[in-house]
Ligand binder design. Sequence first.
Ligand code: HEC
Ligand code: HEC
Ligand code: HEC
Ligand code: HEC
Length: 174
Amino acid sequence: MAVPAPRSKRLIWVGAIALAAVLLALVSVVGSTPAACSSCHRASAEGLAATAHADLGCYSCHAPSPGAVVAFKANELARMYSSQLTGGSVEDAPAVRVGDSAGRTCHASAIDAIEPTVARGLRILHSACAADESCVSCHAVEGHGEATRTPKGPSMGACVDCHTTTEAPITCEI
Ligand code: HEC
Ligand code: HEC
Ligand code: HEC
Ligand code: HEC
């Protein structure tokens, strides 16, 4: 068998690198669709479908900026895929924290309002009550409803604790 000349060896390398780049691009683009995420995260996807956020893509909340998408993609490739392939499970995932930026951008009118927001039988003034707290400390279930692993909602105790140590009223009116 003839030994390949150095030139054709180089061509093989160039071909292999190009193929790897195309595969990586394919995994990045196709693997970023909600359908691809849902193939491993079925419970989360079904939970999302039952909420008011059903029409959003996964990155809207989990990676809401180009920089965040790059970091999230690296996490998917390095940790999620390898964990799945080696018998890991999405239930073993470390606790995830969704940042505030998507919520602050989409809901600016509610959180900056000078009048309290009234919704679902509760009344709150976000600009005073939630200025230093992350959205998920009261809204963790907005992403996946009952499928949320660490569900957290607003707690009356926390409202009253703060309202009694500030000038805020503690009377109840809706
Ligand atoms: C091949 C299966 C697979 C695909 C596809 C996949 N994941 Fe995951 N994901 C996992 C596994 C497994 C874990 C748990 C990883 C661990 O235990 O370290 C995980 C963990 C997570 C977590 C928990 C937090 C974290 O960083 O570990 C989030 C959020 C998440 N995935 C979102 C997504 C989104 C959004 C997509 C689509 C862009 C996606 N996943 C695609 C398998 C997958
Ligand atoms: C409206 C915002 C939003 C969208 C859209 C969204 N998520 Fe989430 N996701 C959340 C929130 C909030 C949590 C809870 C994390 C927390 O408490 O910080 C979460 C948690 C998760 C977790 C960890 C499991 C858990 O319950 O803690 C996974 C996995 C996940 N999401 C996957 C997805 C996938 C897959 C999609 C797309 C099909 C998606 N998410 C779309 C907001 C969202
Ligand atoms: C970290 C402290 C803090 C927490 C926690 C907090 N609040 Fe407040 N709240 C305030 C402050 C300060 C004001 C502004 C009082 C003022 O300027 O009159 C306020 C004002 C309000 C107002 C407007 C009152 C009015 O009539 O103008 C409502 C309604 C309200 N809070 C409801 C809630 C509810 C419900 C919760 C719990 C889910 C909550 N707050 C949690 C500090 C807090
Ligand atoms: C201290 C708890 C608390 C924090 C922190 C908090 N919220 Fe709220 N939020 C509430 C309560 C209570 C309501 C009224 C009841 C409900 O809709 O769950 C509410 C209602 C809302 C609504 C109206 C929902 C509707 O159906 O009209 C939006 C939008 C909202 N919050 C966005 C945010 C965003 C974005 C953040 C983070 C910047 C945030 N909230 C942080 C307690 C909080």
